[in-house]
Design a protein around this ligand. Sequence first.
Ligand SMILES: C[S@@+](CC[C@H](N)C(=O)[O-])C[C@H]1O[C@@H](n2cnc3c(N)ncnc32)[C@H](O)[C@@H]1O
Length: 256
Amino acid sequence: MAAENGTFDLPPAGHLQWIGSTGPDQFKRVGHRYRELLVEDTELEPHHMVLDIGCGTGRIAIALADLLRPPGGYVGFDVWREGIEWCRRNIAARRPEFTFVHADIDEPHLNPRGRVPVGAWRFPAADASIDRALSLSVFTHLDGPTARHYLAELARVLKPGGRGLLTFFLLDAAGTARVADWPSGRTLLAGPRDPLLTRFGKDLFAAWDPDQLDGAVAAAGLVVGGREPGDWCGRPLVRADRPHHQDHLIVTRPLA
Ligand SMILES: C[S@@+](CC[C@H](N)C(=O)[O-])C[C@H]1O[C@@H](n2cnc3c(N)ncnc32)[C@H](O)[C@@H]1O
């Protein structure tokens, strides 16, 4: 049975599993936490237009629903059709300034009959139309060429001065030690400038050398405005009052 969260039902258990959430409480806690982080780290304001890259089943949209107000709004997209359909029925139906787009990408494990090669996928937003972007636990699932394409698309849709909060697994010393536990038999070879990849079931996992990621961000025309390590690989948090699991990167589209 769906639980209540303010005026919104929460998604069914199978949807929480798809996004790796352990249950309704964690779903709400993480959504609320990233709403706070977007306000603190990107100065998100109610009139902003927000893009959610890989929005899953509405965890962030629900958390932002009582913050964003027209002319502000939200657009989320995901390769997972069922998640998008749930978001349309349960969120967009009540909040027309929230829109959800199915990315019909040819992804054999997540969207087997998809029609668009991922390299041809255009984010569902006009050039220079987005104030703030979020991608929570999505770049951690993308191979190198897809991540580079998504960074270029992010640069296209952000307004000059617009910002994004993106999460990654970064291979500093602690990260490198942690991914040594990734099953080596299933670690996929990638190009020399690509992240380290492994596959668990339907999900690809990607971990980046920090310098290579900085290079990819710069090549897309974005600037790294801040970074903060998470505790995913056992390292202590820089600030205990700012708990988060994956490594954070704030990227900005330069003004000129
Ligand atoms: C761990 S879930 C996170 C979902 C959401 N960001 C959240 O935090 O609730 C990862 C999401 O990325 C989506 N995804 C994976 N590859 C994608 C791609 N190439 N484009 C868009 N979404 C993708 C998956 O379908 C899944 O919903």
